[in-house]
Ligand binder design. Sequence first.
Ligand SMILES: [Zn+2]
Length: 214
Amino acid sequence: MSITHHPGDETLALFASGRLDEARSLVVATHLSLCPACRRTVRAFEDVGGAMLDTLPPETPAADALTKVLARIGTGDSVEQRKELPSPVPAEPLPAPLGAYAMGPWRWIGRGIEFRAVDVATDPGMRVFMLRAQPGTRLPRHRHKGDEWTCVFEGAFRHNLGRFGPGDFDEADEAVEHHPTVEEGVPCICLVALEGGIALQGWLGRLLQPFVRI
Ligand SMILES: [Zn+2]
């Protein structure tokens, strides 16, 4: 797997210290499950963080939060029981961190685009879902109203910042204007954490509104 787009160091440091919300953490953990280079970086941040934690008094909440987030990488065994959504076990192989989460069914939300909710208990306004877009699908131009973090599992899309294939991480904020096109060949499947505020905005928000009940 040739990964060219990675989370920034600041994002990896926040992840390592357990300071990302669960939605963003899941997208980062998914990338880490596919990217040895970023796993090494996170481990280095953990060593620094661990040394700092050693200087803190016992029962510091940060230590607990860090353990909780890190426990999710790779196994998911320690994730507490979640309310099951009425859906079958996913047929396609998924990156390990996603195995701990219940998911809704795939639903068509537009020409060539399917959506599947991922049941993440997270802050109001954040939504986590998978998208599956058919080859050649051109998504409408849109500007973000908040963060939109994406990790690709299969296929690829391109936009003005490059090509995003399997394992690539796309960390877009509201300064980014997107006009992605899915490459020919195979469908593009990705995990997205989208910050929508009180109401999701733009084309994606309008498409998702009936499904996420903001
Ligand atoms: Zn990476």
